[in-house]
Design a binder for this molecule. Structure first.
Ligand code: FUC
Length: 762
């Protein structure tokens, strides 16, 4: 039996074409393809990214000299640096470059390069001397190899060379049809990269640092990279030389046919990507005909809902490609880096950036892609503890160090940190552990992993909070990133500690443990200086009412409590929510607002149920000054957090579950009058699909993955007798609020809800 007959029906239909004809045009609808009519000229802004979570490639698609910048996520300089000196923290490195030289091909015509994010395949196509040439590129997770397949419609068309260049001072060796680079960084980290050139027809021959080929019908290039890094503090993050592992992985991949590699890759990728689909409307044909960079520029002025849906899915594509279990988390540039001295070291920034990278993971149905971040935090804790224990800032009156750990604004992968302390980053990181539980309902994870971390972080705050004369508690000497004074009781810090205490109380309740401890943490939570409304109706950023209504800073740190936190919400604290809206509007959409700031503003406006304001942020992000031609975020320079953040923000416009109920379409903008979404996830582990028309919910499908009570909210439910539920033994159960219905769900059951209500014009 051919393998794909064993697959579920939905996957099967979508897959047949792609799997049967890997070299033909893509089967994906245009909304899942980025395409261009010329090769890339600049690495980070135009080259197309591919990756398997650990290894990445930036594809230039050149004609006679096709360059692929190679990355491996653990290739880092630096080490643990107790002083916290940013310059000695090290930086994420470029690994090398693979070059495909095809002399003469610069005279080609009918050029096209593209990236299909529906199946994680990139292509280059062109015509030269009457021959149609085609290249296909992907990075396989199951086979741990970057693969390039070059074909042509006439035999013997390929003559040229393959070069492998090291980005440091490693040795390059060529033997028969293989190339190897191997070396070590100044911190002792060893690395190795191997390339195998497999040809059909013609001849291949090793040259000086290259493999030449002549008269080949097709070529398959396999690339495997590795380093000696291990995410294990007990081994000082240093494992064995990668040679044997790289050689084995390459050998295993080389034993498979191209078809087998291709099929395993597409099946693996789609098992994640296909969980969510999104349609926000149809774009007129004349726009669709444009290359993606030109189309993106126009989309900044609206009128291209397909590009907005693509932007949402691109964040999912990039997360799957840069953050898979067992690998390191996505850094400031995700996985892709063309420099040994990248901006901000291409590191992990704790005061918004890495958190934003992981905002979409749970809601956009990629929960396992969150694990690399959680694993990294676990692996760095011993080093962070040690650095905290030796810091004068973190001493008790007795002179002893506080319990737990804090971290600085940026960190690496070997316990090193840089720049100033970001005191509440420890608690913000805890939120990600709590959210992983909240979305998966995985109690074993909560008990074994999340709760101990939350408790350790609470211990830090029990020791470090300062008591004001009136008995209230403040975070001493904090900072609202990245402006204003360093002082006590900064709102950003207060809200994040509140969030930690709140989630710790909830965790101990879920687990049914530590009742006395829970009461203590709850009491501390209630003594924290709380959010305040200031003189111009704003939510105060500092303890004193000093906010400047003309402050257009890119950070919206004092609105943490609205998103990603939930201390302030329309339902539970409407006056504070209104104050947050005043602050957000004053902060504006221009001035210092950058890339990731638009993504945060999208999510904030979504939580404030201001769909049109949220949508305006998406359009801002699409502007050429905020996103690159390849759709990477542009700070400038290129930075990836906005890509992930906008996926989360768009999800938040469609589905919210932070108020103990599932709010369907809470912030739908006028620009998306009809559409559909499938596969978003709500807290409690419900998978949600919806269709809407004329701005009104038409159907919802709720799959209960773990069972339990499910409250669903939408204004359309307020029409009595017009909601039907199709499923085992369910009838509409109304709640005290007209717009909310209740389902008592069983694990594994799907509930289809149809709204037959008249549509109320908006
Ligand atoms: C934070 C932000 C900057 C930038 C940097 C990498 O410090 O304030 O805008 O994103 O991280």
């Amino acid at each position: 039996m051919h393998w794909f007959f064993a697959l579920p029906g939905i996957f099967l239909l979508g897959s047949l074409f792609a799997l049967a004809a890997p070299s033909a045009c893509s089967a994906q609808p245009p909304s899942l393809t980025l395409w261009y009519d010329r090769p890339a000229t600049d690495a980070m802004t135009e080259a197309l990214p591919i990756g398997n979570g650990r290894m990445g490639g930036l594809l230039f698609g050149g004609l006679d000299d096709d360059r692929i910048v190679l990355n491996e996520d653990s290739l880092w300089t630096g080490d643990a640096n107790p002083s916290g000196d940013y310059d000695t923290m090290g930086a994420y490195q470029r690994f090398g470059t693979l070059r495909i030289l095809l002399p003469g091909h610069q005279a080609a015509t009918a050029y096209r390069r593209d990236l299909d994010i529906g199946d994680a395949l990139a292509h280059v196509r062109y015509t030269f001397h009457g021959v149609s040439y085609h290249r296909e590129y992907f990075v396989s997770h199951p086979d741990q190899a970057l693969v390039v397949h070059l074909t042509a419609d006439k035999p013997g068309a390929y003559t040229g060379s393959i070069l492998l260049e090291d980005a440091h001072s490693g040795q390059v060796t060529a033997t028969q049809n293989s190339l190897t680079i191997a070396g070590a960084l100044s911190n002792g980290m060893q690395y190795e990269g191997q390339v195998r050139v497999l040809s059909d027809g013609g001849v291949t021959q090793a040259g000086q640092g290259k493999v030449d080929f002549r008269g080949c019908n097709s070529l398959t290039l396999l690339v495997v990279l590795g380093t000696s890094y291990v995410m294990d503090p007990a081994r000082s993050y240093s494992g064995e030389n990668p040679h044997a592992r790289v050689a084995r992985q390459l050998q295993q991949a080389a034993h498979k046919s191209y078809q087998a590699l291709f099929q395993a890759h597409v099946r693996d990728y789609r098992s994640l990507f296909d969980r969510v689909s999104l349609e926000l409307g149809t774009t007129p044909e004349d726009r669709r005909a444009l290359p993606s960079d030109k189309r993106k520029a126009l989309a900044a002025d609206g009128g291209d809902p397909e590009i907005e849906a693509l932007l949402f899915q691109y964040g999912r594509y990039l997360l799957i490609s840069s953050s898979r279990p067992g690998a390191l988390p996505a850094n400031l540039q995700g996985l892709w880096n063309d420099s040994n001295d990248p901006p901000w070291h291409s590191d992990y920034h704790a005061n918004i950036n890495i958190e934003m990278n992981y905002w979409p993971a749970e809601v956009a149905n990629l929960s396992e892609c969150a694990l690399p971040f959680l694993d990294l935090v676990e692996s760095q804790r011993p080093a962070w503890r040690a650095a905290t224990a030796s810091a004068p800032e973190y001493r008790l009156d007795s002179g002893k160090p506080v319990r737990g750990f804090a971290l600085r604004t940026s960190h690496n992968i070997t316990g090193g940190m840089g720049w100033q302390w970001d005191k509440t980053a420890n608690a913000w990181y805890c939120r990600h552990f709590w959210e992983h539980y909240a979305f998966t309902d995985d109690r074993a994870f909560l008990r074994k992993t999340a709760y101990p971390l939350l408790k350790e972080t609470c211990a830090f705050w029990e020791d470090h909070l300062k008591t004001l004369p009136d008995g209230r508690l403040v975070v001493p000497q904090g900072w609202s990133p990245e402006h204003g004074p360093v002082e006590d009781g900064v709102s950003y810090n207060q809200q994040i500690v509140w969030d930690l205490f709140q989630n710790t109380v909830a965790a101990s309740e879920v687990l049914g443990v530590d009742a006395d401890y829970r009461a203590r943490i709850r009491a501390l939570r209630d003594r924290l200086v709380a959010p305040k409304i200031g003189r111009w109706g704003q939510l105060q950023e500092w303890m004193e009412d000093v906010d400047d209504p003309q402050d257009h800073h890119r950070h919206t740190s004092h609105l943490f409590a609205v998103y990603p936190g939930d201390q302030i919400s329309i339902a539970t604290s409407p006056a504070l929510a209104e104050a947050a809206r005043v602050s957000l509007r004053a902060r504006g959409d221009t001035g210092d607002v950058r890339e990731w700031s638009f993504a945060w503003r999208t999510a904030l406006y979504a939580r404030l149920h201001a769909g049109n304001d949220a949508h305006r942020q998406i359009e801002h992000l699409l502007m050429d000054r905020n996103t690159c031609p390849n759709f990477f975020g542009l700070h400038p320079p290129m930075q990836i957090d906005g890509n992930f953040g906008i996926t989360a923000g768009i999800a938040e416009m469609l589905l919210q579950s932070h108020e103990g109920e599932i709010n369907l379409l809470p912030a739908l903008p006028d620009a998306w009058p009809s559409g559909s979404v499938r596969g978003l996830v709500a807290r409690g582990n419900f998978t949600v699909g919806m269709t809407w028309n004329q701005h009104a919910l038409q159907t919802a499908s709720i799959t209960s993955n773990k069972g339990g009570l499910c409250l669903l909210k939408n204004p359309q439910f307020a029409h009595p007798g017009t909601v039907t539920i199709t499923s085992q033994d369910q009838r509409v159960q109304r709640t005290a609020r007209a717009d909310t219905i209740r389902l008592s769900t069983q694990a594994g059951h799907t509930y289809l809800i149809e709204v037959n209500a008249p549509i109320t014009p908006r």
